[in-house]
Design a protein around this ligand. Structure first.
Ligand code: HEC
Length: 453
């Protein structure tokens, strides 16, 4: 079991709302609620994408017999809104494929459990949805196959960068991307990056190596394939080096290992699309979180000189990550929260796609504010006694707000910013880079000395 952060104010507020809004109908006769008639449709629509055999979740909720033993836990995790996993504060923005249950659905599950979790007429139960291992978006133009990686029995958490052969030597435009993890039970998430032709594995594995990559898209449980709007695409420069960052996570123990070979289907436009999509990284690589600090604040921002269209938001932090907010500060001084994730959970690398792309006028500042908890209150904190800085390992930290975006004016799409570090942080970053470079040199010198003598 992965550990979970405590449920904070937001779920409590939602619960209070639910209690007030609960419909009085049928309260006298809870037995009217059955699995076949009321519960199966809720679970099939919102849970079985993960809770079925061969997926990441620990048990299947497809049939009554499989679900019955879990009734009480289902009541608990849906009432406190830990399931289905979704962390956007509903007060700010509407997002596609939001799996959150409505108050009425949670109430139905509660009443079903209170009635003893009856089956009802199983003959009338809906068929579970069918899932196929086929490509959801149809046959890809090119299938990339990562090198095999053996996830050994004793692995609980492990990061692995894999270089994936890229046969494409000319410029291509990515229209969509679909990722199929190989060893589903053990893959926590996958991130796809493009790098220049001369990039090496050793380079990306170094602490600051990730600062020169282009993030394309990724996979995690519950993450749908990434598809850009019609007429939009991301550029893949000729001879790009392709990296997958794999995060393996599972319960360690005999027989839990497996061999992963993750595949990615890329879908290309036939020619350059009308609009170029880029990934904006709003980062703070200077973060330096003191041991024990329960409320460390870090931020980054970007002021757009042109009207921009924002397609989605992906908060990324590691185990000390606590909360992240994306805010637009409009030229007229108005502020709007575009996405608020008050209880960030590293276990779920979710992308939040607004139901309508957000159009942001020229002169708007897009700000990302992050909070970190490096104290003992944070149940996922691996070591509250150490200071934490930017780095690749789960035990290091990151502060990245990813945004897929374009400029409305096509003539401005030729050189779109990607990696954003606020001017206020630039000098510090050079210092950090210099410091890390010296550290690496010192380590290399020490290693050479040891092997030489
Ligand atoms: C995106 C994938 C996903 C979806 C959707 C999802 N779950 Fe889960 N669920 C998981 C995973 C993975 C776990 C294992 C716990 C963990 O790692 O956090 C889990 C754990 C649980 C548990 C606790 C099991 C235990 O060991 O105690 C329950 C109960 C549960 N889910 C019920 C539900 C219900 C009910 C829904 C739908 C309303 C749902 N889940 C939707 C992935 C999912």
């Amino acid at each position: 079991m992965k550990s979970r952060l405590p449920i904070l104010a937001i779920s409590v507020a939602l619960l209070a709302g639910a209690a007030v809004a609960a419909p009085p109908v049928n309260n006298a006769d809870p037995s009217a609620v059955t699995w076949a008639e009321h519960v199966a449709p809720i679970l099939h629509a919102n849970c079985v994408s993960c809770h079925r055999p061969g997926q990441t979740a620990p048990m299947s909720l497809l049939s009554y017999d499989e679900t019955r033993p879990w009734a009480k836990s289902i009541r608990k995790v849906t009432t406190d809104r830990t399931m289905p996993p979704w962390f956007a504060n509903p007060e700010h923005g509407a997002f596609v494929e939001d799996p959150s249950l409505t108050d009425a659905e949670i109430e139905t599950l509660n009443r079903w459990v209170a009635a003893g979790a009856p089956a009802g007429d199983l003959a009338q139960a809906p068929e579970p949805p069918s899932f196929s291992s086929e490509w959801k978006l149809g046959p890809p133009d090119l299938v990339y196959t990562a090198p095999e990686y053996h996830v050994s029995d004793d692995i609980e958490d492990h990061y692995e960068w894999l270089q994936v052969d890229n046969p494409v030597d000319e410029e291509r435009w990515i229209r969509a991307i679909e990722i199929h993890p190989g060893f589903v039970e053990g893959v926590h998430h996958q991130l796809t990056y493009l790098a220049p032709p001369d990039a090496t594995l050793a380079g990306v594995q170094s602490a600051t190596g990730t600062l020169d990559l282009t993030f394309v898209g990724g996979w995690g449980p519950g993450v749908a394939p990434l598809q850009f709007a019609d007429g939009h695409g991301m550029r893949m420069p000729p001879n790009s080096t392709l990296f997958f960052q794999m995060h393996y996570h599972k319960t360690p123990g005999p027989g839990t290992g497996g061999t992963d070979q993750t595949t990615m289907g890329l879908y290309f436009h036939d020619e350059k699309p009308e609009n170029v999509v880029e990934t904006l990284w709003l980062v703070d690589p200077t973060l330096n979180i003191p041991a024990g600090d329960a409320d460390y604040h870090s931020w980054s921002s970007f002021t757009t000189e042109h009207e921009a269209v924002l397609f989605d938001f992906t908060p990324h932090m590691h185990l000390r990550g606590k909360a992240m907010t994306f805010t637009a500060e409009y030229p007229d001084g108005r502020k709007e929260v575009l996405l608020d994730v008050p209880n960030y959970d590293f276990n779920w690398q979710l992308t939040y796609t607004p139901t309508e792309p957000r159009v942001i006028p020229a002169g708007t500042t897009i700000r990302v504010d992050a909070k970190f908890d490096n104290s003992t209150d944070n149940l996922t904190n691996p070591d509250p006694t150490s200071n934490v800085t930017w780095g690749e390992a789960t035990t290091d930290e990151m502060m990245v707000g990813f945004i897929h975006y374009t400029f409305s004016d096509r003539t401005q799409q030729t050189n779109m910013p990607t990696f954003i570090v606020p001017d206020a942080l630039k000098e510090q970053i050079e210092q950090v880079r210099e410091f890390r470079r010296k550290q690496r040199e010192a380590a290399a010198a020490a290693a050479a000395e040891t092997s030489g003598g």
